[in-house]
Design a protein around this ligand. Structure first.
Ligand code: ADP
Length: 581
């Protein structure tokens, strides 16, 4: 038995392994498909070369040689495809050459099988059999070298302008991989036989080297260049957002590591986990809509994380439901920002209120001061007239007047304390805890705080015929009403009326604040809820009031509506869900 058969057999098996690996791992990517078929060709070629090395006679050897043809005749077009796939924006002319390349290779195959134009016959050599070439052999060889070299040149040109340095390096490895068989195989298996010189053939072995170089490059640089499709997996794994495919029953089919991290279970395999376990109350109905909502994620250790969840229904090509894609984003920073924005708006409102508050505190202080001085003077007088009879009557008189003054002063002190209390509670960030509340109480407090702005220029009329409760963060809704009242007061031209109306509309409570002030320009009407939109002079308006109010109301499951007519006035309507009985 000729021991030379081991080399092509072993090389063929190596090619088979690398080829299958490329085809299986690389999926449908063009690069791995071409590389995989090139290597499977090498495996086919190696198997038949091993067989013909052992062939007992020339006839069998020639037959096996011809059967090996599909393994090597397509080298040119496959190399071209491999390199074109690696140069995605490659020259269009080269792409048009593809059918010609494949057609020529197929013709060469047909000729090799049916005629003597490629191989005329074989002759014995120490390493098995060598072939004698026919007239088509030289053109086929030139064609193979030209197609593969054209691909290499195109790839080299593209290398200069292509993608990341890592991708460039990987593509360089590919060029080396393709050049090895082209140089080695073409010398030992094609060029020398063309001139009747026979040396041990290393064609298949050089293909095994091609497989090894490609595989080494993939190990080193990853699959992203060979199979861009695998990039999707890389992106999926790298995303900080939690992404999951959820079956119609509500359990996870596949999830990325981002979701495990959000759940404080890094590295956990979430397959089969029920979504309701960490997003209770999330609507998993599969309809045709993409939906977004904000909720809380239950994490390991019973902690909660504010998140936004978008659900996208997934269907197959026939329209049947496959499940839902969930994308979950951490909102911790957004929530912190919102709180900061609310606080700054609240502080801005406090600034606006400060002048009025100073005035409001001044009034009670003035009469407390006056009363206390009068009391002092009178008691001095009493001290002077005591203990005569007329002095006794005077004492009684002074004490009666003094009582009135004390009552009035006490009332003034209480009023001052109430104003200070209101402002302090308003300017401190809230706990965010919702409570059931009578909306009358909210309106009462907001009117009291806005009083410094209202009393001089507005007549406030209140209308209400409802007795309902709402669930809300008290301070936040007070802030909304206060903004509406201050805006209404500022819109009044000199003097006017502000109506605060409350009515029930089905399952909603409507609180309307209407003024007969300047009204809003139709152009501005679309923008008044935008942050920082203001028509007021610097120092008076921040443009935050309505945008923050809008956001607060939205978070309470309600909405803020407006209607306005230039010169006639505006009405802002706050609609909030009524608390269940
Ligand atoms: P700011 O009051 O600081 O300007 P807002 O967001 O509260 O900020 O209001 C934005 C703009 O909406 C105001 O500048 C004003 O032009 C308009 N606006 C709000 N309420 C009224 C109202 N009741 N009447 C007329 N214009 C109003």
């Amino acid at each position: 038995m000729n021991p030379w058969f081991v080399l092509p057999l072993a090389s063929g098996l190596v090619c088979l392994g690398f080829g299958v690996l490329l085809l299986v791992r690389g999926g449908s990517a063009a690069t791995s498909r071409s590389g995989g078929f090139l290597l499977l060709g090498g495996a086919w070629w190696g198997l038949f070369e091993a067989l013909w090395t052992l062939a007992p006679d020339a006839g069998t050897a020639l037959l096996l040689l011809r059967l090996s043809t599909p393994g090597w005749v397509f080298i040119g077009p496959l190399c071209l495809e491999l390199l074109l796939a690696e140069t995605p924006r490659g020259p269009e002319q080269l792409r048009r050459l593809r059918p010609l390349a494949w057609g020529t290779a197929a013709t060469a195959l047909a000729c090799a099988w049916t005629t003597d134009w490629v191989h005329v016959g074989v002759e014995p050599v120490p390493w098995g059999w060598a072939w004698r070439v026919g007239p088509l052999y030289a053109p086929w060889y030139v064609f193979t070298v030209v197609t593969a070299t054209t691909g290499i040149l195109a790839a080299l040109r593209r290398l200069r302008v292509t993608a990341s340095p890592a991708e460039q390096r990987q593509r360089r490895w590919f060029l080396v991989a393709v050049s090895v068989p082209l140089i080695l195989a073409s010398a030992s298996d094609a060029l020398l036989p063309l001139f009747g010189v026979h040396v041990p053939r290393v064609g298949v072995a050089s293909f095994a080297i091609l497989g090894a170089v490609i595989t080494a490059s993939i190990r080193r640089f990853g699959w992203s260049v060979v199979a861009p499709g695998s990039l999707v997996g890389v992106i999926f794994d790298a995303m900080p957002e939690g992404v999951a495919l959820v079956e119609p029953g509500g359990s996870i089919r596949v999830a990325n590591p981002g979701l495990a991290a959000l759940l404080s279970r890094p590295g956990a395999r979430l397959m089969g986990t029920r979504v309701a376990d960490f997003l209770p109350g999330l609507d998993l109905q599969v309809d045709s809509e993409i939906r977004e909502c904000e909720t809380e994620l239950l994490r390991a250790g019973d902690t909660r994380l504010p998140v936004s969840v978008s659900t996208t229904p997934l269907r197959d090509k026939r329209g049947s439901h496959l499940g839902l894609v969930l994308v979950i984003r951490d909102l911790t920073e957004v929530v912190a920002l919102r709180t900061r924005l609310l606080t700054s708006a609240r502080l801005a409102a406090v600034g606006e209120l400060a002048a009025g508050i100073a005035h409001e505190i001044n009034n009670p202080l003035a009469y407390i001061n006056a009363n206390l001085r009068a009391l002092r003077d009178q008691w001095l007088t009493v001290a002077g007239t005591w203990p005569s009879e007329s002095g006794k009557a005077k004492i009684l008189e002074v004490f009666e007047e003094g009582l009135d003054m004390l009552d009035e002063s006490l009332e003034g002190v209480e009023r001052t304390a109430a104003i200070v209390r209101d402002v302090r509670s308003f300017s401190h960030a809230g706990t965010g805890v919702r409570e059931r509340i009578d909306p009358e109480f909210l309106i009462e407090r907001a009117l009291r705080m806005a009083n410094p702005h209202l009393c001089s220029r507005a007549r406030v009329v209140r209308e209400s015929n409802v007795a309902v409760e709402i669930e809300c963060v008290r301070r936040e809704l007070e802030q909304v009403l206060l903004n509406l009242l201050i805006n209404a007061a500022q819109a009044l031209d000199g003097h006017g009326t502000i109506r605060v109306r409350m009515a029930r509309r089905g399952e909603e409570l409507e609180i309307a604040v209407a003024d007969d002030g300047c009204g809003i320009d139709p152009d501005a009407l679309d923008r008044i809820f935008d942050p920082f939109f203001t028509t007021k002079p610097v120092g008076e308006g921040t443009g935050l009031g309505l945008s923050i109010s809008h956001e607060i109301v939205r978070r309470h499951g309600g909405r803020l509506e407006v209607s306005s007519e230039r010169g006639r006035g505006s009405e802002f309507r706050l609609l909030l869900p009524v608390a269940a009985d």
